[in-house]
Design a protein around this ligand. Structure first.
Ligand SMILES: [Zn+2]
Length: 459
């Protein structure tokens, strides 16, 4: 048994009064965030100004505390003046905003001093009215409704009906293997959601069935090509919606939109079109998410090791011609899903190095080509003359990487028939007889071993 933090997210069907309260809480969260940010900015500006007058460090205005605790303390001292209406919402709304601000500030400070990895984090900015709505509750009456799998309890908001059954979480709570830590409400894709952060007791899964390795080559033409030869088509949800999106775009252009210069308010008809556009985008995003979830679940359930490439998605996204197509596939999302689902199902995810030439290597003899244009859909080997689909070749190379890293493994994704003894017997004869393995096989294994050392890491 091990304890993991897991999120359970449910779509809500709130009443109109509940929607008002939800919006009010999210607004309170935003207010507290902006209030805290304004104070921090004023404080930083004051200190910078004093420094420019030549005041020495101890003489400066004392700096404000950036911790969630410190910000909350300041808020509680000033809230009667700054927000006399504060009692309308749960105090959690304001705490949530201040906690977010504390995180944003520490991320910025960490990024500036080099303590934080990843891309540069900018100084937090004020949140506008049109931004995403969300609010987190950490204390109070929150959780599932008793003996009812269609309602959740939220502090000050009340018992809200869920759009879907809460069965999956309810069973765990009833069995005593889950503890709800917090609830976050948010408005996304035209809908209210609640996400519970839950501490779950999980059994450490034993990998079911025989060892099987699958290499997954992600692409745009087809969503994924597996080393078993299976091709998962790219459903191209966005491309299919493009026609309708273009039509709605033209419709919006004919109607009166907002104009900042003339302070023109948008017409109701313009708003209606915008709602339609948002709904279509939500439909596309949901369809994409659904397909990815189905694929990632299937992969970790049917294979013990899944090998994927470490694609530099953010880098490819900078390419204007490819960006929309890459985003339409959701490769990074698939990686994320595979990683956490593998952990749940006892499978392993191996990530090939970004510079591993999975497409340029021949999966039959191991010869690496120096050049391979993106337009060459069929890989033709100059060494052994193999002709194979480009993506399938890459997928097989990825699977071979994992086989090289685990010498005890038997059946592979390359052999759909799954002869578990095949690889092991050839290797055993090679060593037991006291002579090196056949020339070809030895070379191949050596090459793989070296790539493993330099290019492969197990996530
Ligand atoms: Zn070859």
């Amino acid at each position: 048994m091990r304890s993991v933090i897991q999120a359970y997210r449910f779509a809500l069907d709130p009443t109109s009064e509940q929607v008002d309260r939800l919006r009010s809480h999210c607004g309170g969260q935003r207010f507290a965030y902006n209030w805290g940010l304004a104070r921090v900015k004023a404080n930083l500006g004051q200190r910078a100004a004093e420094r420019s007058y030549g005041i020495d460090e101890p003489g400066l205005t004392p700096s404000l505390s950036w911790s969630a605790y410190g910000l909350r303390k300041d808020w509680n001292q000033t809230k009667d003046v700054a927000a006399p209406w504060w009692a309308e919402n749960s105090k959690e709304a304001y705490s949530s905003g201040l906690a977010n601000l504390a995180t944003a500030l520490s991320n910025w400070a960490g990024s500036r001093s080099g303590r934080r990895k990843g891309s540069t984090v900018r100084f937090p900015r004020f949140k506008g009215k049109r931004g995403a709505l969300s609010c987190r509750f950490t204390t109070g009456a929150l959780g599932l409704a008793d003996r009812d799998r269609r309602h959740v309890k939220l502090p000050r908001i009340g018992v809200v009906r869920t759009h879907e059954s809460t069965r999956k979480l309810a069973r765990r709570v009833e069995a005593g293997t889950a503890r709800i830590r917090s609830a976050t409400v948010s408005f996304t894709r035209g809908r209210w959601f609640v996400a519970f952060s839950v501490e779950v007791e999980r059994h450490t899964p034993a990998p079911a069935g025989p060892v099987s390795v699958v290499g997954v080559d992600l692409g745009v033409k087809s969503l994924a090509v597996l080393s078993t030869g299976e091709i998962i088509e790219n459903p191209r949800h966005l491309e299919q919606a493009q026609r309708e999106l273009r039509r709605l775009g033209r419709q919006a252009a004919r109607r009166t939109g907002p104009d900042r210069r003339t302070r023109q308010q948008p017409s109701n008809r313009w708003r209606r079109t915008q709602t339609r556009i948002a709904r279509l985008h939500a439909y596309v995003a949901n369809a994409r998410q659904d397909g990815l979830h189905k694929l990632s679940t299937r992969l970790v359930r049917t294979h013990t090791t899944v090998v994927v490439e470490d694609l530099h998605v953010a880098g490819i996204m900078r390419n204007r011609r490819l960006a929309r197509h890459i985003a339409g596939v959701g490769m990074a999302e698939l990686r994320r899903q595979l990683t956490y689902k593998a952990d749940r199902h006892g499978a392993t995810i191996e990530v090939a190095d970004r510079w591993y030439p999975s497409s340029k290597t021949c999966s039959a003899c191991g010869v690496v080509k120096t050049k391979l244009r993106l337009s060459e859909r069929i890989f033709t080997c100059g060494g052994c003359g193999t002709r194979i689909d480009r993506d399938l070749n890459a997928a097989r190379n990825l699977a071979a990487l994992a086989e090289a890293s685990s010498p005890s493994c038997g059946a592979t994704g390359n052999e759909p028939d799954g002869n578990p003894c095949k690889t092991r017997t050839t290797r055993a004869t090679g060593t037991a007889a006291g002579r090196p393995a056949p020339q070809g096989a030895g070379q191949r294994r050596h090459r793989k071993a070296s790539t493993q050392d330099t290019h492969l890491y197990v996530s």
